[in-house]
Design a protein. Structure first.
Length: 135
């Protein structure tokens, strides 16, 4: 697959398919850089990789009905659950890799601006390893 436009991203949290509600899902993975600069570095900063971490950021249309956005996320508050993200709804493949791991459901919101669409913005930290697979 070449460069693409995201139109049908796949996202599950705790095995709940959220495609009907989610309009943005973005997984960011980072590695701490640990400075190892010393007098032999000749004036250049040197670093090595440290601990890895990640964040799953989601924007979802809000819905308070049973088995909808709010009723899926609210009971998970304070727990660590599995997630999966893929660029498309298709099966995982070399052109549609899946990213899986666990996230801590550490916040939720309700409300918004007058006259605006009811949305929820989440930013869940990963817990443990995040993996990338093509099958």
């Amino acid at each position: 697959m070449a460069v693409m436009c995201l139109t049908a991203e796949y996202i599950t949290i705790n095995a709940s398919d959220l495609k009907t509600y989610v309009k943005k899902a973005e997984l960011t993975v980072e590695v701490d850089d640990l400075e190892t600069t010393n007098f032999a570095s000749a004036g250049w900063k040197e670093v090595i990789g440290g601990l890895k971490s990640g964040t799953l950021a989601i924007t979802a249309n809000d819905d308070f009905a049973l088995r909808r956005t709010d009723s899926i996320i609210w009971p998970l508050l304070g727990t660590v659950v599995l997630f999966e993200v893929r660029p498309t709804q298709g099966a995982a493949s070399t052109s549609n890799p899946k990213f899986t791991g666990s996230v801590m459901i550490n916040s939720t919101t309700a409300g918004g601006d007058v006259g605006s669409l009811a949305e929820k913005d989440f930013s869940f930290p990963t817990s443990g390893a995040v993996t990338r697979a093509t099958s």
